[in-house]
Write a protein that binds this ligand. Structure first.
Ligand code: CAA
Length: 259
């Protein structure tokens, strides 16, 4: 992997790594290189047992203004057909550990779609979410017609995608796109604190819980319940389950090892 240019990656802190989008002059527009860097670092983190959760943020001013329109302008039909972006998005979607977004300012187009790749979203009260692609003569291309509808429901998804209008942080919370709204300067610290809480939980159980929850988008209730039961049963074979139950009985804090 090339040294990162478009993102800043923190040291590991209590099992948590922060990825910060770092193209402030372009409002963190998601050019290919930036998406490639995010997907690459997440793949590395997926293999690193010392990291149990990731926070992704754009800083206090802006999360991301979407795909890089200048880069996109250079692509014709064949260029879009062979665009590597869908592969980067797929790799981000496959990240198996908790991904928590701290969002301030604009999260538009691909920026809003990146938010929807996160498992939990904390928004500053200055955040604005939108899918303005329609104003460019295109439509969302990284889940904005699919994940958005499953998240906020049909009417609001249609409103956002067809009109290009933005919603604010409070609306996003009401519609389930965001779980908490904070002051802008608090969104990152809250996301980090939450990531650290999750990073202390038994990692195999966290991973299976995430898999089961996300799987509910893909399957019938019956199939989802079967998968949940299989995961629940599998966890009976882990040392962390014994540790969690023993710690409860012995009235002490559990120490989970990821086994
Ligand atoms: N791509 C490339 N450059 C962008 C950009 C983008 N998405 N958004 C902003 N920039 C650049 C601007 O061109 C400008 O650069 P220069 O200084 O070189 O002119 C710089 O960032 C600052 O932008 P503004 O002056 O416009 O900043 P602002 O604070 O007044 O407005 C904004 C911010 C509301 C985000 C506005 O820039 C904007 O509307 N951006 C475009 C949003 C958009 O349409 N996103 C959807 C993209 S398509 C997509 O996302 C599809 C997909 O993934 C599949």
């Amino acid at each position: 992997m090339l040294p990162y240019k478009d993102i800043l990656v923190s040291e590991i802190d209590a099992g948590v790594v922060t990825i910060r989008l770092n193209r402030p002059d372009a409002r963190n527009a998601l050019r290919n290189r930036l998406l490639q860097e995010i997907s690459g670092v997440l793949e590395q983190i997926a293999r690193d047992d010392s990291v149990n959760a990731v926070v992704i943020t754009g800083g206090e001013q802006v999360f991301a203004a979407g795909a890089d329109i200048k880069e996109m302008a250079a692509l014709d039909f064949i260029g879009v057909m062979s665009d590597p972006r869908p592969g980067y998005w797929r790799r981000i979607a496959q990240f198996p550990k908790p991904l928590i977004a701290a969002v301030n300012g604009f999260a538009l187009g691909g920026g809003c779609e990146l938010v929807m790749h996160a498992d939990i979203v904390i928004a500053g009260d200055n955040a604005q979410f939108g899918q303005p692609e329609i104003n460019l003569g295109i439509i969302p291309g990284a889940g904005g017609t699919q994940r958005l509808l499953r998240t906020v429901g049909k009417s609001m998804a249609m409103q956002m995608v067809l009109s290009g209008e933005f919603i604010n942080a409070e609306q996003a919370r009401t519609f389930g796109l965001v779980s908490e709204v904070t002051l802008p300067e608090m969104s990152y610290s809250r996301a980090l604190a939450l990531a650290k809480v999750i990073a202390e939980k038994p990692p195999v159980a966290v991973r299976l819980a995430k898999e089961c929850l996300l799987n509910s988008y893909e399957t019938t209730l019956d199939t989802g319940l079967k998968l949940e039961r299989k995961a629940f049963t599998l966890l009976a074979a882990t040392e962390d389950r014994n540790e969690g139950i023993s710690a409860f009985m012995e009235k002490r804090r559990p120490i989970f090892k990821g086994q």
